[in-house]
Design a protein around this ligand. Structure first.
Ligand SMILES: [Mg+2]
Length: 246
């Protein structure tokens, strides 16, 4: 699909604000459209090298936080880990809040601990974050589409400095997580479901991501007109790297 590339233009009203310095520091070619679907893993955040797979529980980095809270409330470790696994099978398109509700864990403590985990273990991708801020300043409509459940997206956006303490974000109109779209971005039906949520022609949408298959080939096959692929040495995955179908 051929598209016109041009630098994004900021409204005149922002010309004197210090945020406009962003425009001097990055040099993305922006497709001529108004709607952007933005990936998270490898695009806005990446894991530190200290995050290794031996720290996973059932293929997930945050389940150990939930398990530890259960142990502190009297659960046996094997029972807690089995109960977590059972809930992922019962609620296939789960979010972290499902575990807090099921196991009567306080949300304030749980989200503080999950927030701390993200601050310790994630680093923002400066180029992706600057691109989001620049497009936002230019009045573009931004959406998240990610292989994380909704609250997993919010936690990662907090780590990237793109969401507030109260879980709101000034940058994104909506957050399409795995529990909203019922699946991951590697499935073409999931792309069809996200398109059903955005009332513009697919040709007027741009995907921003780091994975050539998920962020370029599949959306292109659905008629999505544009993409911006950020160059990465390795592709970072979210919860889908567990080998478990979500
Ligand atoms: Mg990615």
């Amino acid at each position: 699909m051929i598209f016109t590339k041009k630098q994004v233009q900021l409204p005149d009203s922002l010309i004197d604000k210090k945020e406009t310095t962003l425009m001097n520091e990055i040099s993305f070619d922006i497709p001529d459209c108004n709607n952007f679907l933005v990936d998270i893993d490898g695009t806005l955040t990446s894991y530190k090298s200290s995050v290794t797979h031996d720290k996973l529980l059932h293929g997930n980095f945050l389940f150990p936080v939930i398990r530890d809270m259960m142990l502190e409330r009297g659960w046996k470790q094997s029972d807690a880990e089995s109960a977590i696994l059972e809930l992922t099978e019962k609620v296939v398109y789960w979010d972290y809040t499902d575990f807090l509700a099921e196991f009567h864990l306080p949300a304030d403590e749980a989200f503080r601990r999950m927030y701390d985990w993200h601050m310790e273990n994630l680093i923002p991708c400066e180029d992706g974050v600057e691109l989001v801020k620049t497009l936002h300043l230019a009045g573009k409509r931004l959406f998240i589409m990610s292989n994380n459940p909704y609250m997993g997206c919010v936690l990662k956006l907090q780590a990237a400095g793109l969401a507030d303490d109260d879980f709101s974000t000034p940058y994104f109109k909506r957050i399409f997580g795995t529990n909203i779209l019922r699946g991951c971005k590697c499935v073409i039906d999931v792309w069809l479901r996200v398109l059903a949520n955005i009332p513009v022609a697919p040709s007027e949408i741009c995907v921003i991501g780091d994975n050539p298959k998920e962020d370029r080939d599949l959306p292109r096959a659905c008629g999505i007109g544009h993409h911006i692929l950020l160059e990465r040495e390795t592709i970072q995955h979210g919860v889908e790297n567990t080998g478990k179908t979500i």
